[in-house]
Design a binder for this molecule. Structure first.
Ligand code: FMN
Length: 506
């Protein structure tokens, strides 16, 4: 057992694949009586309201989205206002709508089923107007609640095996998933969604940080139990997925105070919950147990050389200053497109999407030249590019043609028979060679590959809206997608799908 025995997540991935047969045989129905509450609420803790009067950044949105983490300085001081902006535009409630059964609180980042099962926590040292502590961010009332007083960053530093960005950060954002809040609808596949729906949040968070030159780094290598204990999670239901280190050049944190169980009450999510053991097993199998294991886990594995392809199509130059709009404004306009138009996608916009999405992002498991996934494209309608399928060559910033032709019908099948993949001008799939990811990172490589794809998928959402296009995440028939892109994709596994293009009504 343990992270090195990769049979466990391979089994999880296999058993949560969608196929025509599995969907037909599924028989799962939504029990609306036990639909989970989309918020974690601590009813006995005093809310500390976050200031709603943050200002927008001035850096052009595309430059912020595409930023690979080259920020050189320390960024603006982290105070409540700076944190409020980060929380609001990554996980805040931006819109509400009512439906016959209740109300949906739409958040800044897209989420499967609008179920919002990812929570953000803050672990910080002394900040200008915030005492050191461990805080939970409550999107429902836009407030922090303090779970623990004192500076607990040293616990996170130890848990990550002294990851340098974590050790030098004045503030750390920890993100978690509460399984039931997504498995209510998606059953065991919800564990994949934990990374998909964290990824869209992190794409926003990284762009927001880059827009104000605030260093931010995603860290997935940590001792799971230590962070779960720090947040006092009931790990049969909620687990820590990762850490984002914010800022740099903070003096080393003092030794952390003891952090025993808190026993804090939280409002029940529903009258009854259903347990999906496959989720817990995949998480357990990909957990790290010692700080040494965490320290050895970090690293960006170089990609195997890709043989030069015949007639690759080079992308148009990246005009990242072309859109002066701020990232905050783009996030306010983002929403999942329900109605693509038949208009073609101009090649310069397709190029901008591919460049902005694939520049890389700061993390302990990936980076420029070390990606775990490859983008595959179905081009349904582009101006200046033949319809057909392509794979993106990350080393050469070029599209390698796979098959020419019209594939709208296939695209409309592969996305679980939804019409969106057929209607969109472009379908962007991320496929991973799991042998490589698991070979380097053990079972936890599965988390890394899913999250990398999802962060890039989240960047695709943002880029599309920056360009006044539409986008939507979609689910898919796993093996059919791989077969469709084969022989090139043979042996690879699908991690994420985003459909993009000129849109009609949302
Ligand atoms: C990874 C991912 C997969 C999604 N899959 C689907 C899908 O299969 N079908 C669909 O209609 N919407 C899908 N969505 C869109 C969500 O339903 C949408 O994000 C959610 O309802 C919130 O709405 P908003 O994105 O407009 O804020 C997906 C979103 C994400 C992030």
């Amino acid at each position: 057992m343990g992270n090195a025995d990769t049979a466990a997540v391979r089994a999880y991935h296999e058993r949560t694949k969608h196929s025509v047969q599995s969907v037909r045989a599924g028989g799962h129905f939504l029990d609306w009586d036990i639909m989970p509450r989309p918020f974690k609420v601590y009813p006995e803790l005093e809310p500390m309201a976050l200031p709603p009067d943050f200002t927008s950044s001035t850096r052009p949105a595309l430059a912020a989205i595409a930023d690979a983490g080259g920020v050189g300085g320390t960024g603006p001081p982290l105070d409540r206002t700076a944190l409020a902006r980060l929380f609001y535009f990554s996980a805040g409630v931006l819109r509400r709508s009512t439906y016959p059964g209740g109300e949906i609180f739409y958040r800044a980042a897209a989420c499967t089923g609008a179920l919002y099962h990812v929570d953000l926590y803050l672990v910080c040292g002394p900040l200008a107007d915030l005492d050191p502590g461990v805080y939970h961010f409550g999107p429902h009332d836009f407030a922090l609640r303090r779970l623990r007083a004192g500076d607990h960053r040293a616990t996170v530093v130890r848990a990550t095996g002294h990851e340098p960005a974590v050790a030098a950060a004045p503030a750390l954002v920890l993100f978690t998933t509460t399984f039931w809040r997504n498995s209510w609808k998606y059953q065991a596949r919800a564990y994949r969604h934990a990374f998909w729906d964290s990824g869209t949040i992190l794409a926003n968070l990284l762009a927001l940080a880059a827009a104000v030159d605030l260093p931010a780094r995603v860290v997935l290598g940590f001792v799971d139990g230590e962070l779960d204990r720090l947040l006092d999670l009931d790990t049969a239901r909620e687990v820590t997925l990762g850490v984002v280190a914010l800022g740099r050049e903070a003096p080393p944190p003092p030794p952390a105070p003891p952090a025993g169980p808190l026993g804090l009450a939280t409002l029940p999510l529903s009258a009854r919950e259903v347990d999906y053991p496959a989720i817990r097993e995949a998480h357990e199998a990909s957990s790290l147990v010692t700080a040494e294991e965490a320290a050895a886990w970090h690293g960006t594995p170089p990609r195997p050389p890709v043989p030069p392809a015949a007639a690759p199509v080079s992308l148009a130059p990246f005009a990242q200053e072309a859109v002066p709009e701020s990232i905050e404004s783009v996030i306010r306009r983002r929403g999942s497109m329900r109605n693509f138009s038949a208009e073609p996608l101009p090649f310069d916009q397709l190029s901008t999407i591919m460049r902005a999405v694939t520049r890389g992002f700061p993390a302990d498991f990936t980076g420029p030249g070390a990606a775990l996934t490859d983008p595959y494209l179905i081009v349904n309608a582009a101006e200046g590019l033949a319809s057909g399928t392509y794979v993106f060559d990350r080393e050469r910033d070029a599209l390698v043609p796979l098959r020419a032709g019209e594939f709208r019908r296939e695209a409309g099948f592969l996305d679980l028979g939804q019409s969106l993949g057929a209607a969109a001008a472009l379908d962007l799939y991320w496929l991973a060679d799991l042998d490589r990811a698991l070979g380097r990172f053990g079972n936890r490589g599965y988390r890394a590959a899913q999250l990398e794809a999802a962060i890039e998928g989240g960047k695709a959402y943002l880029t599309a809206y920056a360009l006044r296009l539409g986008a939507t995440g979609l689910t898919f028939f796993d093996d059919d997608v791989t077969a469709f892109f084969s022989p090139h994709a043979a042996g690879k596994s699908v991690m994420f799908l985003n459909a993009l293009g000129p849109g009609g009504r949302r």
